[in-house]
Write a protein that binds this ligand. Sequence first.
Ligand code: ADP
Length: 524
Amino acid sequence: MKVDKKDKILVVDDMAINLELIKSVLGKDGKYSLVTVTDGVSAIRKAKTNNFDLILLDIMMPGMDGYEVCKILKSYPTTKDIPIIFLTALNDPKNIQKAFQFGAVDYISKPFSKEELTARVNLHISLKHTTEELIKAKRAAESAAEAKAIFLANMSHELRTPMNGIIGMVDILKRTPLTDAQREYLSIIESSGENLLTIINDILDLSKIEAGHMELENIPFSLKEELTRVMNILQVIADKKKLPLVLKIADGVPPYVSGDPVRLKQIIINLVNNAIKFTDKGSVTVSVEKKGVEDGKVQLLFKVMDTGIGISPEGQKKLFQSFSQVDKSTTRKYGGTGLGLMISKNLTHMMGGEIGVESVEGVGSTFWFYVYLDVSDEESYKKQNETEQQSDLTKKRIQLKLHILLAEDNKINQKVATLNLNNLGHDVDVANNGKEAVEMFKNGNYDIIFMDVHMPEMDGVEACKKIREIEKKENRIKKIPIIAMTANTSEDERKKYLEAGMDGYVAKPFKQKELIEIFTQFAV
Ligand code: ADP
């Protein structure tokens, strides 16, 4: 709300006597600052240069009439949002309708009563302020939500990069000679690392969902195959507590459906993980049944039943909300972030469904959810599988052992890149700067070079030029692929790399998937 400034009203009427009257009514208690004009052209000129809060506009005026003035004002960005009230002696429904069609917010019939004029003006001025406040609040909320989503996505990414380093290194260390105690310590680091990575991934998923960036796939898959696969993985966890895991697929469930199997499995994994976590004896059962078919979509009801600690009625009310756990002692005893159910709820909603729970304390819980999936058939499924098998073939092909030269000056980046490349089964030699890279290229026999751009002594672009010169001088038939590694992915920079003779680039920090793509493109 404006407190220190008067609201500005423009009054347009060709009759001086009307202007005087309006001025005396609205100007009485000093609430408004009034500007008056007697024709349409002056009205437009004034409206464009002043920031009016309201315009009172006569319809019948010589020259340009009120409708025309209104039309023009509604077409300028700076004047289009100023509310306009028509002042009119033309009281028939047709003219009133026309006034609204031209964008007026209200009309006042002439001759007007002072009370009506004051009441309508007050109302529209206050409406305008409320609307402005709402728009401001909406913008602030949107930009805060967007900023939060971007921050979380960036943070998760930043956290994940070193986590991959930690987990990868532990994996390597595990395969070296160790004492029993060391092996035990290492397995603690490993499971802590994996837990942390799960939490980071959950936060990333939730921020994606909240920002509306989560997209679901729609691919044909076999329900039985996917469910069996996920149950086999979960059985390993259940075995530790000696809990049998049972899968029941009811008659009538279509063998092939189309949707996002990864996200569907994510819901099931969340629910079954919880069921195992909160159950000490008895069993955990997963069931699926068909509830109906609508417009080619099948409604499938999944249930995850356990014989665990159960949840009190008050506790049940708190479920499915971010960071919500039934009580603090649960958190202390069982750990967890309280994000799993929230993510599951969002995913079921994205699949057109709902999620809920029935539970009795000390007896057990049944978490249920239903989703809608397209019905598919064996033929589409086989086609999909063939493409997947083909990409598996490509992956296998690039599983040749490559001899890689990595030019990178930062020690941590050296380790991360080496680890990633070793993980893909390749041998890596490291050069600490461009100069070393050129020397090593001359003396070695490499399949591909990964070249950091900013390095001391000789930068990546310079080193690449030198290598291309050597190839030319020695008449080498096969040019070695050189891939720039860079945090800068601007079009200009990329052009510079390609002009220097590089073949491609990979943005830092890179993921294994991107490396695999590079190998498919350049090294096979
Ligand atoms: P997390 O398990 O990571 O804390 P969830 O959102 O998956 O987060 O679960 C939230 C809470 O709901 C849990 O902390 C627990 O208190 C309760 N809960 C979930 N599933 C069960 C279950 N099967 N039996 C008992 N309590 C459960």
